[in-house]
Design a protein around this ligand. Structure first.
Ligand code: NAP
Length: 294
């Protein structure tokens, strides 16, 4: 194996430590206690795990965590009423509605109802538009974490060829803008892209956000490139159990790449750490304080 492993777990832990220090400072200097409300609708086991971890890390960073559960049968109006209550609650600076939502609820309608100032997932069209037009915005946590990880390898991304595979609203699209802000040259590939391996081989930095287990092969990678694997895919093992793999064939890619994120332990931990960063930022902006340097 030649690639340097980008240790997302350790980098996220350092970021959480910086967030905790900032939270302490805000409490001491301004009496401000950032608060994050997480809403879970239904019993999706993976979502329940994410929500637990978010609440735990929020409390560990010294912030207030508000846990809201609605049954699987909750109506769209039930959820919209809860969002309205959280929008109005001065103790809540960040609101996160865990996706996916049950079928009877229009997810976009719910995301649009969140106060953009408290939209710590950065999914509200107002924040997406602000990011796209270069204004300050709450930025989706996963792409934010991806760029932070890339910058642990490269001090500057300026002029680098960045290829993103995937164009979802939550990862691929905001990543385009964040990379443009870093002055990278950005190419976006998707399911209709022709000769994807060739497109990937042009990347100095390759971001895979596809949702297809180990789709990106070792020979799709330019020797020495940095590979950031966003994918989280559960696959069955020969022993009848399951394990998590990324969108990149890790063992093959690590022979060719210069640096690579593992799955698990790469982008995943950064996503939650960036959620804490966004909550602190939201609390500062709402209270007309300068945004923290974390
Ligand atoms: P998504 O909404 O399903 O989008 C997938 C994207 O991949 C789409 O743009 C799709 O293209 C493209 N795609 C699908 N098949 C392809 C193919 N054969 N060749 C090229 N492109 C293809 O997924 P997502 O929400 O962005 O998530 C992507 C992955 O990241 C998933 O594994 C998810 O679990 C993971 N994820 C991880 C985190 C984290 O914290 N680590 C956070 C979010 C997501 P079209 O647009 O043409 O359909």
């Amino acid at each position: 194996m030649t690639a340097r492993i980008i240790d997302g777990k350790a980098i996220a832990a350092e970021l959480r430590t910086r967030v905790a220090a900032e939270v302490q400072r805000l409490r001491a200097e301004h009496g401000l206690e950032p608060g994050l409300a997480v809403v879970l609708v239904g019993e999706n086991p993976a979502s329940a795990v994410y929500v637990r971890s978010k609440a735990k890390q929020t409390v560990e960073a010294g912030m207030r965590s508000f846990d809201h559960r609605l049954p699987d049968s909750a109506s769209e109006n039930d959820l919209l009423a809860l969002v309205a209550k959280l929008n109005a609650d001065p103790a809540v600076h960040g609101i996160l509605v865990q996706l996916p939502l049950p079928k009877q609820i229009d997810g976009q309608k719910v995301l649009n109802a969140i106060d953009p100032a408290k939209d710590v997932d950065g999914f509200h069209p107002m924040n997406a538009g602000r990011l796209a037009t270069g204004l300050s915005a709450l930025v989706p946590c996963t792409p934010l974490g991806c760029v932070m990880l890339a910058k642990t390898v490269h001090r500057s991304l300026e002029g680098m060829n960045a290829v993103i595979v995937g164009r979802s609203n939550i990862v691929g699209k905001p990543l385009i803008q964040l990379l443009l802000n870093e002055n990278a040259t950005v190419t976006v590939a998707h399911s209709k892209t022709r000769d994807l391996p060739e497109v990937c081989r042009r990347a100095d930095i390759l971001f895979a956000a596809v949702g297809r287990p180990e789709m990106v092969r070792g020979d799709w990678i330019k020797p020495g490139a940095t590979v950031i694997d966003v994918g989280i895919n559960r696959v069955a093992t020969a022993e009848g159990k399951s394990r998590i793999v990324g969108d990149v064939a890790f063992a093959e890619a690590a022979e060719i790449a210069g640096a690579i994120t593992p799955v698990p332990g790469g982008v995943g931990p950064m996503t939650i750490a960036c959620l804490l960063v966004n909550t602190v930022r939201a609390a500062c902006v709402i209270n007309r304080l300068a945004a923290p340097p974390v």
